[in-house]
Design a protein around this ligand. Structure first.
Ligand SMILES: [Ca+2]
Length: 54
């Protein structure tokens, strides 16, 4: 999924592993400018769903 996590007007890519861990790639167009893990890589229960974009 995509969302503008960094609020810079460019959509970022959010990855979720089957374990529930989330990572985000900060994107500038098609270029990855950085990455980060949510909650230091702590798995989020798979039952969780985004209910609104950032
Ligand atoms: Ca962004």
């Amino acid at each position: 999924m995509t969302a503008d996590v960094s609020d810079d007007g460019q959509n970022d890519l959010i990855w979720r592993k089957s374990t529930g861990e989330l990572n985000v790639w900060f994107m500038n167009g098609i270029n990855r400018t950085g990455s980060a893990r949510f909650l230091d890589g702590t798995p989020i229960p798979l039952a969780w769903r985004f209910v609104s974009p950032f």
